[in-house]
Design a protein around this ligand. Structure first.
Ligand code: FAD
Length: 481
């Protein structure tokens, strides 16, 4: 490999980590790496907002889930002293819930069908068992074990559970969370928001059923904190006691100390590939332009943002809409979210998408003992210009939490802070976008460029940090080692 210059676009967690990997693996020396970052600080989405009354505010869930790739995890783990981590393991790795069918499920994030009206519940159980029986009898286990290879979310749910479960249970949830039906979206939605299993049986019966790998992929254990140890690996969740900002600062400082060059307030505007080299145009906040000719590029944004920089026309319909973040500090006695780190709100009666109980996996409790929660709304209206008033949205979600009895008292107005991002940032993997963006395949064939989702349709791109890092590492291994 030629080593003359490696350009890293974006100093979010993945850009900082990738630059450190290049140094650790002796692919580059520090003076061969240039990191370009649009903002005036590093961290990207892991950069918290700050509010004098509420403190540092993570944009939703920011636990680091290990990739189980030593070269990657050690960079994060060693960025701060070991004693400064909260380590979340076993059944406490990811304590998730759901608001479904008019009740808060703290036992499990999977739709708990045991609480449906009896006749309907029995119909559901019959359909699920008949479906599993058919799959097993016809040796079609692939449908369950490799479900994400299916074309659409509808195909995924129908083959897994049966068609009326898809229509009556999953399709309405899908519309609520993603603003589209299951036949319009990739199966990834089931992975993003834990919609790959259902609960139909008690813990006692599931203890016995749990011996079957096949059934465990479809039927959820109804009591997550008392689940037997079915896990096939020892993946942990990590959260820094002083907030994710510390990891970002430490990675940034280590790179600066070794002599890696950062161009802050600078944006990669245009990339051209010419005769084995890239020509990259960068502009900074003072309106100055700079051209660089790197041999290699790491691009931390999405495949479509890279296509934009390469002047390949694409339509970003999935990002229309908005994402709202509403934070509040509440007295412990006014919050009823036992053990949960977060829950997804699956009922379409409510606009909340996910509610994160940040204090449950961090020590983020203020001097008056108040806990911090974050409520996300991700709307997907096609008209991007009509944004809702953020204060109205905050009022709405707080009323929703009062109605759900998650909050028992309205938080004081100075304990509420809201932010609006004028595009939907939680993914909405529309199959239509794959069709509209088929010309993007050109960028998959380019050499010496690494980006999350390379060689994958847009709708199957990795989204969670752990998956993006695994994807990046596998490209790194194929192209650079
Ligand atoms: C709503 C939401 C919820 C999420 N929830 C979870 C979760 O629960 N668990 C989880 O593991 N992950 C979650 N994620 C994903 C996680 O946030 C991302 O995987 C992670 O932030 C990716 O880091 P990154 O460095 O690749 O990108 P980013 O954090 O987006 O950083 C990219 C950086 O690049 C800079 N940049 C962009 N374009 C340019 C350019 N042209 N030139 C120069 N600089 C540029 C940006 O300013 C930014 O600093 C969530 C993401 C979202 C949006």
């Amino acid at each position: 490999m030629e080593k003359s210059m490696f350009l890293v676009s974006g100093a979010g967690i993945s850009g900082l980590l990738f630059a450190t990997l290049l140094l650790n693996e002796r692919i580059c020396s520090p003076n061969q790496i240039v990191i370009v970052e649009s903002a005036n600080s590093c961290g990207g989405l892991y950069n918290p907002w700050f509010c004098p009354n509420l403190g540092e505010l993570d944009k939703g869930m920011h636990i680091y889930y290990e990739t189980l790739i030593e070269e990657i995890d050690s960079i994060i783990f060693n960025s701060i002293p070991e004693k400064d981590w909260f380590i979340l393991e076993g059944n406490f790795k990811d304590v998730a819930g759901a608001y479904y069918n008019g009740r808060l499920q703290t036992n499990s994030p999977y739709p708990d069908l045991r609480f449906l009206e009896k006749k309907y519940r029995d119909e559901c159980i019959t359909e699920i068992l008949n479906n599993l029986n058919y799959i097993k009898k016809n040796k079609m286990e692939e449908l369950i074990t490799n479900g994400y290879n299916q074309f659409s979310a509808k195909d995924y749910w129908t083959s897994r559970f049966g068609s009326s479960i898809y229509q009556k249970i999953f399709n309405p949830i899908c519309k609520k969370l993603y603003g589209a039906f299951g036949d319009e979206l990739s199966p990834n939605v089931a992975y993003y928001t834990k919609l790959d299993r259902v609960i139909i049986f008690s813990s006692e019966l599931m203890q016995e059923i749990g011996n079957s790998n096949f059934l465990r992929k479809v039927l959820a254990f109804p009591d997550q904190l008392n689940m037997p140890n079915y896990r096939s690996n020892s993946q942990r969740g990590l959260y820094p006691k002083l907030g994710m900002r510390r990891v970002v600062e430490s990675l940034n400082q280590n790179l600066l100390d070794t002599g890696v060059k950062f161009l802050m307030n600078s944006t990669v505007r245009n990339i051209e590939y010419l005769k084995g080299k890239y020509r990259v145009k960068i502009s900074n906040n003072s309106g100055e332009f700079l051209e660089l000719f790197p041999t290699n590029i790491f691009w931390s944004g999405s495949r479509s943002s890279l296509a934009n920089a390469m002047k390949i026309k694409s339509k970003n319909i999935s990002q229309k809409g908005e994402s709202n973040y509403i934070f509040c500090r509440v007295d412990e006695e006014n919050l009823s979210l036992p053990d949960l780190y977060y829950f997804y709100c699956l009922d379409d009666k409510y606009s909340a998408f996910r509610v994160t109980n940040i204090s449950q996996y961090t020590n983020n409790i203020d001097s008056k003992g108040r806990k911090l929660i974050c409520i996300e709304q991700h709307s997907s209206t096609e008209e991007s210009n009509n944004h809702r008033n953020i204060d109205d949205c905050a009022g709405q979600v707080i009323n929703e939490l009062l109605e759900m009895k998650v909050l028992t008292r309205k938080p004081k107005s100075n304990m509420v802070r809201s932010f609006q991002i004028r595009k939907r940032i939680f993914p909405r993997p529309l199959l239509l976008e794959d069709e509209l963006c088929c010309n993007m395949q050109r960028i998959d064939n380019l050499p010496n460029i690494i980006f999350p989702g390379k060689n994958k349709p847009l709708s199957k791109s990795p989204f969670f940090l752990v998956d993006a890092l695994k994807d990046i590492y596998s490209q790194f291994q194929q192209s650079l080692r």
